[in-house]
Design a protein around this ligand. Structure first.
Ligand code: GUN
Length: 280
């Protein structure tokens, strides 16, 4: 049976509309600073989309586009300035940074109260114990998509492929908080196909085009594809081989139009949360 396609575009539009309405109703002044270093084309697209989402939600956006040769110290100084700026409630430094930067030191310099990506160690720690203000954007977006199916996570076999700090690890935590039985797979996992085939909820965050094939998917599974891979022909494709997996799964996210738009919607939600906390 063909899977139902989870419409990330529509769900993200609803989340952004909710943020917009709250900002208007409560007359909240919220600002997001987005810092981009260098000229990675994919990063440029993401940053532009973040700016558009801010406009839609009534969030002021401040963009800092720095040349690739910027020195670590200059970036740290900018972060210090933004940390102290009352008009800036959220700070996002687009990753990856050029090679000469120490990304970890950059992230740790952002005030945890303005860390709307939830990448700072103290926010990561809060996510671990389930006591957090900022949701990790991409995993939180995936959870919204799972909720939209009506499938209850509690007691389900959940398999996450990929263990990155940005997606895989926090994703596993959010599923665990909702009482899923969670397995995290990675490049050293043995019998990956069998492990994946157990999953009622399968989240692919590998960064390899068409990695998840139909033989790795259980009949009736919910399949969430976090991958955004650009093929040689310029087309975007996910980590999941959509055509064959969609014949087996019950629900599946498309690429584009699945997880991608949700990340930005959750960022808007975090920026609203940051403004509420800082204004109170
Ligand atoms: N690069 C890819 N995804 C993200 C994200 O969610 N936040 C930031 N800051 N950089 C990214």
């Amino acid at each position: 049976m063909a899977a139902k396609i989870i419409d990330g575009k529509a769900i993200s539009a609803a989340v952004k509309e909710q943020v917009r309405a709250e900002i208007e109703r409560d007359k909240i002044k919220a600002g997001l600073a987005v810092v981009i270093v260098g000229d990675d084309p994919a990063s440029r697209v993401y940053v532009n989309n973040k700016k558009k989402a801010c406009e839609l939600c009534g969030i002021q956006s401040f963009e800092y586009a720095l040349p690739a040769e910027t020195e670590q110290n200059q970036l740290l100084e900018l972060i210090d300035t933004l940390n102290a700026d009352k008009n800036v409630n959220g700070i996002l430094v687009q990753l990856p940074l050029p090679d000469h930067f120490d990304e970890k030191a950059v992230i740790e310099r952002i005030s945890p109260l303005k860390d709307v990506d939830a990448f700072h160690e103290s926010n990561v720690g809060k996510i671990m114990i389930g006591n957090y203000a900022f949701l990790p954007c991409t995993p939180a977006g995936c959870m919204e998509l799972i909720h939209s199916t009506g499938v209850d996570v509690a007691g389900k076999e959940c398999v996450v492929i990929g263990r990155s700090n940005i997606v895989g690890k926090p994703m596993a935590m959010l599923l665990l908080h909702e009482n899923g039985t969670v397995t995290v797979c990675h490049s050293k996992t043995k019998n990956l196909t069998e492990v994946c085939r157990r999953a009622d909820i399968l989240v692919a965050a590998v960064g390899r085009p068409n990695f998840v094939t139909a033989d790795m998917v259980k009949d009736g599974a919910v399949v969430i594809d976090v991958g955004i891979n650009r093929l040689e022909n310029g087309k975007l494709c996910g980590d999941v081989k959509f055509d064959e997996v969609s014949e087996k799964a019950a629900y599946i996210t498309p690429v584009p139009g699945g997880v991608g738009p949700m990340t930005i919607a959750m960022l808007m939600k975090n920026t609203l949360t940051a403004a509420r906390i800082q204004n109170s």
